[in-house]
Write a protein that binds this ligand. Structure first.
Ligand SMILES: Nc1ncnc2c1ncn2[C@@H]1O[C@H](COP(=O)(O)OP(=O)(O)OP(=O)(O)O)[C@@H](O)[C@H]1O
Length: 223
C-alpha cells in the first residue's frame, strides 16, 4: 500500500523554483532515502508533506499520520527528556499515550529522562527528536538530516536504532540526507534530488554503483 505519493510537484518561492516536477512514492514498511546537497530542495519537500508550504502545482497524498524529525532536531532545551516526549503525544489539545513504549523502543533514553534536553549531546537530542515523533504513532516517519553535525560513531548508533525500529516494527521511513553513504546503507531505495529535480532513483545497491552518484556524493566507488 502506498502511504506517500508525490506527483509532478512544483514549488516556487517568490518566483524561484525550489522543486520542479518531482514525483516519488513510499510504500508501507519501506525505508526510502531522498539524497541531495545543500539547496537541492529537500526541506521544501518536507514542508510540503507537513502542509507548511503549498505547491504551485502537482499532487501530494499522505495516507495516514506523518511525523517529522526536523532538521536540527529542535528539542525544547529547558524541558526534560520526558516532557519533550510527552509534547510529541499531544494532538488537538489532547494528551497522547504515555512514554513507556518509547523508552522500550529507545532504552538509551531511560537514564536521561529527567535531564534537560538542552544538556544532552547532539546524538542524544536526535534520539529524543525521534522518540518525540514516534509518540504520535505515525504511519510514516520523515527524518530531515539524521546525520547533521553528528560524529560518525553517533550516526552509526542512531542508524542501528532506526534499522531495529524498521525491522521489528515495520516503521515506514523517509530519510532525507546529504550523506549518501549512510542513506544507501540504511534504505532499500533512494531518490537523488539536484536543484529541485529528481535526477536518479532506484534500488540502493544499484545506485551505490552508479557512477553519477559515486562521483557526486561518494568521492569514488562505494563499497
Ligand atoms: N522561504 C524561502 N524563500 C525563498 N527561497 C527559499 C525559501 N526556502 C528555501 N528557498 C530556496 O529553495 C531552494 C531549496 O531549499 P531547501 O531548503 O528546500 O533545500 P535543502 O535541500 O533542504 O537544503 P539544505 O540541505 O541546505 O537544508 C534553495 O535554493 C533555497 O535557497
Amino acid at each position: 500500500m502506498t502511504l506517500v505519493s508525490v506527483s509532478s510537484l512544483t514549488v516556487r518561492y517568490s518566483g524561484a523554483t525550489a522543486l520542479d516536477d518531482v514525483s516519488l512514492h513510499l510504500d508501507r514498511s519501506e525505508m526510502v532515502a531522498l539524497i541531495g546537497a545543500n539547496g537541492a530542495g529537500k526541506s521544501t519537500l518536507v514542508k510540503v508533506l507537513s502542509g507548511l508550504v503549498a505547491p504551485a502545482s502537482g499532487q501530494v497524498t499522505v495516507n495516514g499520520r506523518l511525523a517529522q524529525v526536523p532538521e536540527g532536531r529542535e528539542v525544547f532545551a529547558d524541558l526534560s527528556v520526558d516532557d519533550n516526549l510527552r509534547l510529541g503525544g499531544w494532538r488537538n489539545g489532547r494528551r497522547g499515550r504515555d512514554t513507556t513504549a518509547i523508552y522500550e523502543l529507545l532504552p538509551a533514553l531511560v537514564p536521561l529522562r529527567r535531564r534537560a534536553a538542552g544538556t544532552l549531546s547532539g546524538g542524544q537530542q536526535q534520539m529524543v527528536a525521534i522518540g518525540r515523533a514516534l509518540m504520535g504513532r505515525p504511519d510514516v516517519l520523515v527524518i530531515d538530516e539524521l546525520s547533521l553535525g553528528l560524529a560518525p560513531l553517533v550516526v552509526e548508533a542512531l542508524a542501528g536504532h532506526l534499522r531495529d525500529l524498521h525491522r521489528d516494527r515495520g516503521l515506514t521511513v523517509l530519510l532525507i540526507e546529504q550523506n549518501a553513504r549512510l542513506a544507501l546503507s540504511l534504505c532499500s531505495r533512494a531518490y537523488v534530488l539536484e536543484a529541485g529535480r529528481i535526477v536518479l532513483d532506484g534500488d540502493a545497491p544499484v545506485l551505490a554503483r552508479d557512477e553519477r552518484l559515486t562521483a557526486a556524493y561518494l568521492g569514488g566507488h562505494y563499497e
